[in-house]
Design a protein around this ligand. Structure first.
Ligand code: G3P
Length: 217
């Protein structure tokens, strides 16, 4: 399973990259706006800082606007993936971007039927928003599981990119289902490596060693 970071923050991107855990980055207009400043400069710095794919999202809601923006976004780097919303105009844009061999991430996906349409039109990634579905009392993971079955049944190459992740169990469940990619908030990726028994165990090992060394003096 590939790990993407769901952020537009360069400090977070560099820190996770230094850990060796960064396979790519996803952004959206909300995440980009949180960083402030010139979004074009920020997008360019992110693309330079990341070896893997970087999703940059269009703002337009018509097919023509999305294609125009996509042409601009891909100029930020060879690793750009154009993120387009799962709306009818987005599907039109998706078809054209697939024909032009531009990588795409269809976002705001909440149902297996939406994922199926995106896969049929050649999306590189589909992004089911599991946390937002859970928040409505629906099962985000059940939707991902159905997407996995649909894609496998018809050998679609579209990758399932689990998004809107809220906690480590989303990561484990995504792995058990066989999702291709998960995009994680910085806090969740840090939670993955923590366990109180690790800290307690290390403290005991170090204390025992220190006592042993003292005895030998
Ligand atoms: O980047 C898309 C998605 O991960 C957003 O998640 O936390 O706004 O539901 P969230």
């Amino acid at each position: 399973m590939e790990f993407f970071l769901d952020t537009a923050n360069l400090d977070q991107i560099r820190e996770v990259n230094d850990l060796g855990l960064l396979d790519g980055v996803t952004t959206n207009p909300t995440l980009m706006s949180r960083e402030g400043g010139d979004w074009r400069e920020q997008a360019s710095l992110i693309c330079d800082a990341v070896d893997g794919p970087v999703s940059l999202e269009v703002i337009g809601t018509t097919h023509e606007e999305m294609i125009k923006e996509a042409k601009d976004l891909v100029s930020f780097g060879p690793n750009v993936v154009v993120k387009i919303p799962m709306i009818p105009e987005g599907l039109k844009a998706l078809k054209e971007l697939t024909e032009r061999e531009i990588k795409t991430n269809v976002t705001l996906v909440f149902s297996p039927s939406q994922a199926l349409l995106a896969a049929k039109l050649g999306a590189t990634y589909v992004s089911p928003f599991v946390g937002r579905l859970d928040g409505l009392g629906q099962s985000g993971m059940e939707a991902v599981d159905q997407m996995r079955t649909l894609f496998d049944n018809y050998a679609f190459n579209t990758k399932i990119l689990v998004a809107s992740v809220r906690h480590p169990m989303h990561v484990i469940e995504s792995g058990l289902i066989g999702a291709d990619v998960i995009t994680l908030p910085y806090a969740t990726i840090m939670q993955l490596m923590q366990h109180p028994l690790t800290d307690k165990g290390l403290a005991a090992f170090l204390a025992d060693w220190e006592a042993f060394q003292a005895e030998q003096q």
